[in-house]
Design a protein around this ligand. Sequence first.
Ligand SMILES: *[C@@H]1O[C@H](CO)[C@@H](O)[C@H](O)[C@H]1NC(C)=O
Ligand SMILES: *[C@@H]1O[C@H](CO)[C@@H](O)[C@H](O)[C@H]1NC(C)=O
Ligand SMILES: *[C@@H]1O[C@H](CO)[C@@H](O)[C@H](O)[C@H]1NC(C)=O
Length: 202
Amino acid sequence: MEMGRINSLISTCALLWLILVLENVSIVYGNAEGDALYAFKKQLRDPNNVLQSWDPTLVNPCMWYHVTCNLDNSVTRIDLGSANLTGQLVSQLGQLRNLQYLELYNNNISGKIPQHLGNLTSLVSLDLFRNKLEGHIPKTLGKLQKLRNLDLSNNNLRGYVPNNGSFSLFTPISFANNPKLILPVVVPLPPAPAPAPAPLNS
Ligand SMILES: *[C@@H]1O[C@H](CO)[C@@H](O)[C@H](O)[C@H]1NC(C)=O
Ligand SMILES: *[C@@H]1O[C@H](CO)[C@@H](O)[C@H](O)[C@H]1NC(C)=O
Ligand SMILES: *[C@@H]1O[C@H](CO)[C@@H](O)[C@H](O)[C@H]1NC(C)=O
């Protein structure tokens, strides 16, 4: 074979190889996060069609409205506050390992907060206020070391607010208006004992 044909054969093979590699990367990486978000969408009622663009056949969810990705096409934000959504949170949301902002305030979301949200180690802000969430606040959220904004107010949560890890950063404002929720009682220090009377001089 002449040199030119060999060269073009080699570049064709290289191109095919590259396409295969890129396709595998997007299947393994992109779709896992898209699948997780689609699992959330599937059980939501969305009368205003804000999730219409959430098409699971796309390579990744980065073109979907209300979803933001980083340069590696990994999801960093979900912005669905005041979207009139009814349904529940799903454990699959815990798979979005680069998620920094989960904004779902002022919807009609019921059921429990999944323990799996404790796997969202990049999370900075978790805004679930003004929904119908029930059950206990999972202790796993204390693992979220980057969490700086937690707002679970105006729900129907119950039981004790955990006090491990990141929970030490949050004030009662984060938990307000959950009538069945019990906040940790700040125990006042006992009064200092009265000084012992000075010994009488003898
Ligand atoms: C929310 O959805 C309900 C139907 O489930 C509809 O009646 C209502 O008008 C919607 N509210 C807003 C603010 O879009
Ligand atoms: C809110 O969710 C409940 C079910 O949890 C449903 O019965 C009710 O119709 C929903 N409200 C709106 C405004 O969609
Ligand atoms: C996520 O968290 C849950 C419960 O907290 C745990 O059972 C699960 O193994 C975790 N998944 C990953 C991938 O870390």
